[in-house]
Design a protein around this ligand. Structure first.
Ligand SMILES: Nc1ncnc2c1ncn2[C@@H]1O[C@H](COP(=O)(O)OP(=O)(O)OP(=O)(O)O)[C@@H](O)[C@H]1O
Ligand SMILES: [Mg+2]
Length: 386
């Protein structure tokens, strides 16, 4: 899919204006602090239903504006156009419209405009804590499996409930016997959902790995082995996956085993006042030629691997749902050597609409395929260069 055009008003430091984009490569150049990231953020906000930087909604409104409004014309995967609108007021009021119709539930936005955003922080996917990798697996699997999305949500809610009960028990606020029974009931619900989550994460890692390996080696122009190994924390899940059962009903069997494992440590959980076992502690190990990149990768290596992982998600999405997301690359070339940068640009632009923002125009000079459309940004005003 691709964004055909946009009009913006009241967004951060950006001047109110309208733009038409290339379906292939769009380049935003400018010095630090001029508004490049703001521009990509404005284009990406609808897809996520929030700022990719985690900013508060109100902070997106220009210092001198009362409200912001962004309109996007998008061509869907089948070529059929649709429009996306969002607006935010100073009062905190926020509206999303799809083809002019008000959308009230955030879940109804999911999967309409699909984007992938890559910036220097994305390297956290490989270098950062396990929560980044869990989220990565979860988002990928949720995009292709509605049951996963549902059970993951139920799991997170059940975990919160259980954590609250454990806290109350520890503080002596709750009635011991009754609350213990409730905790056990939550364990059953947690185990049911955890079975979906763990099997889904394993499936997602398996789907991603060959694509990640391919993108990675294309970027390097070398043949290295990139592995993505799902590391569940629960003993029962490890045993279950090692025995590789793919039979129907396997999920129920797994749920029972998980429930036994969680029940077994519940007394200890009550003593500590928090949940101690479950997929909330899982990880995904990324290995390059047998070496764990989290511990040993260089900056360039981890960034390259993180890009490969993210491109792999786009490939899985295409394999399963025939959707090619719009790709945003914000300032990511600085840690990559020139050859890697160029191969990445070639590769990514072959299959995605690309938006590239950079402060260093020589990172992309003379290299971009197709007919890149270029803007330069100064104090929030974008001027078309080509
Ligand atoms: N709500 C807002 N209203 C007006 N200006 C804002 C608002 N929020 C941020 N800014 C300004 O936007 C500028 C930052 O823009 P942005 O992050 O897009 O820069 P950039 O071009 O990506 O720079 P860099 O190359 O350093 O990443 C800052 O000068 C900041 O003060
Ligand atoms: Mg920036």
């Amino acid at each position: 899919m691709h964004i055909l055009a946009a009009s913006l008003s009241g967004f951060r430091n950006l001047h109110d204006d309208a733009f038409e984009f290339s379906p292939r490569v769009n380049l935003v150049l400018g010095r630090n602090g001029e508004g490049k990231t703001n521009f990509l953020e404005a284009l990406n906000y609808f897809a996520l239903g929030r700022s990719h930087r985690g900013s508060r909604n109100e902070d997106l409104i220009g210092f001198h504006a009362d409200a912001l409004h962004v309109h996007l014309d998008v061509a869907g995967e089948d070529g059929a156009p649709f429009t996306c609108d969002y607006g935010i007021d100073r009062g905190g009021d926020r509206r999303f419209r799809l083809d002019g119709e008000l959308v009230t539930r955030r879940s109804d936005l999911v999967g309409k405009l699909v984007t992938v955003f890559f910036n220097p922080e994305s390297s956290q996917l490989v270098r950062g804590g396990p929560q980044f990798r869990r989220q990565y697996l979860d988002q990928g699997q949720a995009e292709i499996d509605p049951e996963y999305l549902r059970d993951l949500g139920s799991f997170q809610r059940a975990l919160k409930q259980k954590a609250a009960l454990l806290r109350d028990l520890r503080r002596g606020i709750a009635d011991g016997r009754e609350t213990r029974r409730e905790v056990k009931a939550w364990n059953r619900e947690l185990a049911r959902c955890a079975a979906t989550v763990c099997l889904g994460r394993r499936e997602q890692a398996g789907l991603l790995e060959p694509f990640a390996q391919l993108s990675h080696n294309n970027m390097l122009d070398k043949d290295l082995k990139l592995e993505m190994i799902y590391r569940p924390r629960l003993e029962s899940v490890r045993g279950f996956l090692a025995s590789q059962p793919e039979i129907p009903g396997a999920k129920n069997d797994l749920a029972e085993e998980i429930c036994r494992e969680i029940d077994y440590i519940t007394e200890l959980e009550i003593k500590r006042g928090r949940p101690l076992a479950g997929p909330q502690f899982d990880d995904l190990e990324v290995r390059l030629d047998g070496v764990d990149l989290r511990g040993f990768g260089s900056q360039g290596e981890t960034r390259t691997a993180a890009i490969a992982l993210i491109l792999a998600r786009s490939d899985v999405l295409f394999q399963k749902r025939r959707i090619r997301p719009v790709l945003f690359l914000d300032d990511i070339f600085s840690e990559l050597d020139r050859d890697r940068s160029h191969r990445l640009q070639d590769m990514a632009s072959r299959e995605h609409q690309l938006f590239i923002a950079t402060a260093r125009s020589d990172d992309v000079a003379g290299r971009l395929p197709g007919d890149p459309r270029t803007w330069s940004v100064e104090s929030g005003r974008l001027r078309r260069q080509s």
